[in-house]
Write a protein that binds this ligand. Structure first.
Ligand SMILES: *[C@@H]1O[C@H](CO)[C@@H](O)[C@H](O)[C@H]1NC(C)=O
Ligand SMILES: *[C@@H]1O[C@H](CO)[C@@H](O)[C@H](O)[C@H]1NC(C)=O
Length: 418
């Protein structure tokens, strides 16, 4: 486990101007995986196939209803539900639809648009099973990137959409969405499920509409508004306005585990750097203001080869043999990842790839160690695409209004801190 660079903690004054205590954490320590192998594919074990009934309509997302089992496929202009043997159950047409990204979203509070609308393809940007409400959440690139909810047992039945902009509004920009617990309504109450969403910045349409879609947010499953939004708090992380275009972040995967919600990204090492690296960031699920935001580098290397670009990831549990090898119980989460070695100064992968596994207990420990390091005076806060870096100070971090934060408050997710 090698230190890559220093760590940090910070107050982004331009980010949350209305907040009492704007604190944001960033840590830049990398960590090595526990187990590594070279990825290999096998082709001999095909048990079923489903071919697109609409040639040219590419599949974009696949999700499984574990209670049934059924599968859902999000494709260009279509959604499909499949039986467990991959035979077709239902299909729904989602596009093309008349749209123009310069028009406001088709929400009741906005007046009609003067721009001409034309047929635009619907790219599926997210597909999530909401078990508690028995809904399939399917998000489309149309109308500024909206999400709709469909009946899990009949995807032709949909709830009236709110047309809240939530996801990317074009074909290629990344979006990652998943359901995990959010802050409780009152301290001590049950934590309701919310939708965690990360979205790359896009240049499609007027920026006043894109600004409604933050880099990371948690949202209410009923209406897709922010899970928390009031005078003092909001469950949002935004990239600095000046850096949105020059500092692209690609979101690869996200998941909730043991009280935290995580996202895995590819981004430049810093705003000034041309080197691309992979990162994992997290927030505490109980945190109503994402004060607890912290990111660390996610490294996958063997010998001198650095597989710097994460391509896919999955949170699962180890089988008996793997658990023994990792020295953890079979009940603990492990993050499985596939990385590629990148071409220099580019997000494009080469053909060289590797599989890396990270027990989540180790990931949590790295985050804790990094937070403690900053409080021992080592490193800076940041990251500079979110907030101006400031030197970590011993024992406390002062904020704008001279309030001070302790390491205990950070590690306890600010939950009792007003
Ligand atoms: C989207 O990505 C594909 C494949 O990488 C590329 O060929 C295409 O030009 C991209 N489209 C846009 C609009 O960027
Ligand atoms: C989500 O929003 C609805 C109103 O649209 C509200 O009734 C509900 O309490 C909200 N859920 C949470 C967890 O805040």
């Amino acid at each position: 486990m090698a230190a890559q660079s220093a760590s940090s903690l910070q107050l982004p004054s331009s980010l949350f101007p209305r907040l009492l205590l704007p604190v944001l954490l960033l840590f830049l320590l990398g960590f090595e995986p526990t187990v590594l192998g070279i990825a290999r594919t096998t082709s001999g074990d095909v048990v079923g196939t489903f071919e697109s009934p609409h040639p040219g309509s590419k599949f974009e997302h696949l999700t499984v209803n574990k209670q049934k089992p059924t599968l859902y496929v999000g494709a260009v202009n279509y959604l499909y539900s499949l039986y467990g043997d991959l035979s077709l159950w239902q299909e729904v047409k989602t596009g093309p639809q008349k749209d123009n990204p310069d028009c406001p979203p088709p929400m009741v509070q906005f007046t009609e648009c003067v721009h001409t609308k034309k047929d635009m393809d619907s790219y599926n940007k997210a597909l999530v099973v909401d078990y508690k409400n028995q809904r399939l959440i399917a998000c489309s690139s149309l109308f500024h990137g909206f999400c709709e909810k469909r009946n899990l047992d009949d995807i032709s039945q949909r709830d009236t959409p709110s047309y809240q902009p939530v996801v990317a509004n074009n074909k290629n920009s990344s979006t990652v969405a998943y359901i995990a617990p959010g802050p409780p309504k009152e301290p001590g109450q049950v934590q309701p499920d919310v939708l965690y969403v990360s979205v790359s910045w896009t240049r499609v349409g007027q920026s006043i509409w894109r600004e409604r879609v933050p880099a990371f947010a948690s949202r209410n499953l009923t209406d897709f508004n922010l899970a928390i939004r009031n005078q003092f708090r909001q469950t949002v992380i935004k990239i600095e306005v000046q850096q949105r275009e020059s500092f692209p972040v690609s979101y690869i995967y996200g998941f909730g585990s043991e009280g935290f919600s995580y996202m895995i990204t590819i981004q430049k090492r810093s705003a000034q750097s041309e080197e691309y690296i992979s990162k994992i960031f997290r927030v505490c699920q109980r945190d109503e203001n994402f004060y607890s935001y912290v990111e660390v580098e996610l490294k996958c290397s063997k010998g001198a080869t650095n597989y710097n670009l994460v391509q896919a990831a999955y949170l699962g549990r180890p089988g008996k043999n793997l658990a023994r090898q990792l020295k953890i119980p079979t009940t603990e989460d492990v993050l499985f990842t596939v990385f590629s070695k990148g071409h220099d100064s580019s997000q494009n992968p080469t053909a060289e790839s590797a599989l890396c596994m990270y027990p989540m207990r180790k990931v949590r420990r790295i985050f804790t160690e990094n937070i403690q390091k900053c409080f021992s005076g080592i490193g800076n806060t940041g990251p500079d695409h979110i907030a101006k870096p400031v030197q970590c100070l011993k024992n406390t971090v002062s904020t704008e209004n001279r309030k001070r934060v302790t390491v205990e408050e950070v590690l306890s997710c600010f939950v009792d801190y007003q």
